[in-house]
Design a protein around this ligand. Structure first.
Ligand SMILES: [Ca+2]
Ligand SMILES: [Ca+2]
Length: 364
């Protein structure tokens, strides 16, 4: 039987692909290989162009295999870049990636990077980590090591779309979460939260993480003209220009090697420092309290330090987030889910008259 194609070059596509970032690229077919294990539909067609059309007609089709003698068209729901180990040699077949923007979300930032190549930029991507057909928007930092590419989820789990109201300055009003985690002690963290103090005249402590060996493990208190940050008992103060009844997004990012610390207000870096609690590690088992300062492990509150106002989106990561991630998060109070501490962790731990309302309003 004569081969339909004496040279694979007779059937070479050069079409443009528009990625999420509007970068164009071309793709050619790969003769002598086929992707195995991801065929979700196969059929016999009259020509390769029919297979191409079939792939375009299926939302889940990301690539296809074509048998050049038998005109078999196999549609794949993955690409060779995503699963290179599944690309098998077979001279009867060729493989080609779908030549339009992917419509099926990748399962990870790694997969996006593998598909799009080394020039991929760090930005937001739709990912479907559970392959459930319901993708979420993630930030992928493509400069990170393999395995750590996925960073923050912007579209929080619906359980995180709420706010807490502290309607009085009282030691009995607080939210707590006992962390008993499998995490190693933290060498770095980023803590972000939104707060809307009811009064600009009162000092109050917003966030307190007490460790078995250090009651002021991490502390953020609002002293009206300044914010006080404590890490492992060491302190920094940052001047804070105030408006009335404002909603403020703050992020505090720290690592213990150089003791470097970056503090952001509303997505902008306003303070950097070095040698802040250098060398200390933050235990991963401790007690989080919102709205009070702990002067002992899990207690020792003082009324003049109690928080009065609203709080949203208190999240913590076990690493230093980038300025870009923080800026994007600052655009919406429902953005971001911590990988160490999640806002929804506090839901079972509301005390006194702390009220939960949902959804979060994000209104300044
Ligand atoms: Ca105190
Ligand atoms: Ca204290």
């Amino acid at each position: 039987m004569p081969r339909m194609f004496n040279s694979p070059l007779l059937f070479t596509f050069h079409l443009s692909l528009v990625t999420a970032e509007n970068q164009c690229r071309t793709e050619v077919n790969m003769p002598g290989v086929a992707l195995r294990g991801f065929v979700f539909k196969n059929m016999t067609v009259t020509a390769p162009s029919r297979c191409d059309a079939k792939c375009l007609g299926e939302i889940t089709c990301q690539s296809y295999n074509y048998h050049m003698e038998k005109n078999i068209c196999e549609l794949n729901n993955r690409t060779k870049e995503a699963r290179p180990e599944n690309l098998h040699s077979n001279t009867s077949w060729f493989y080609i990636r779908r030549l339009i923007e992917r419509e099926l979300a990748a399962s990870s930032c790694q997969e996006v990077k593998a598909s799009e190549g080394p020039d991929i930029i760090s930005t937001k991507y739709w990912l479907d980590p559970n392959e459930s057909g319901k993708p979420f928007l993630f930030y992928c930092d493509m400069n990170r090591e393999e395995g750590q590419l996925t960073v923050i989820t912007y579209l929080a789990d619906p359980a995180s779309n709420f706010q807490l109201s502290f309607d009085d300055k009282s030691v009995s009003d607080y939210a707590q979460f006992y962390m008993d985690s499998d995490f190693s002690p933290l060498n770095a963290f980023t803590l972000c939260l939104w707060m809307k103090p009811a009064s600009q005249l009162d000092s109050s402590c917003v966030f307190s993480y007490s460790l078995p060996d250090e009651q002021n493990g991490i502390l953020i208190c609002d002293y009206v003209e300044s914010l006080m940050f404590v890490i492992y008992g060491y302190m920094r103060n940052v001047y804070l220009p105030r408006g009335d009844e404002e909603l403020i997004h703050i992020c505090s990012a720290w690592e213990n090697t150089a003791g470097s610390w970056n503090f952001y207000i509303n997505g902008s870096l306003v303070e950097s420092d070095l040698d802040f609690a250098t060398g200390h590690v933050i235990a991963s088992s401790g007690i989080f309290i919102l709205g009070q300062d702990q002067d002992e492990f899990g207690g020792g509150f003082e009324q003049e330090q109690s928080f009065f106002g609203q709080m949203y989106g208190v999240n913590m990561w076990d690493r230093v987030l980038t300025a870009e991630e923080i800026t994007i998060m600052s655009t919406n109070c429902t953005f971001g889910v911590g990988n160490f501490l999640r806002w929804s962790d506090f839901i079972p731990g509301l005390h006194g008259n702390v009220k939960l309302t949902s959804p979060a309003s994000c209104e300044p």
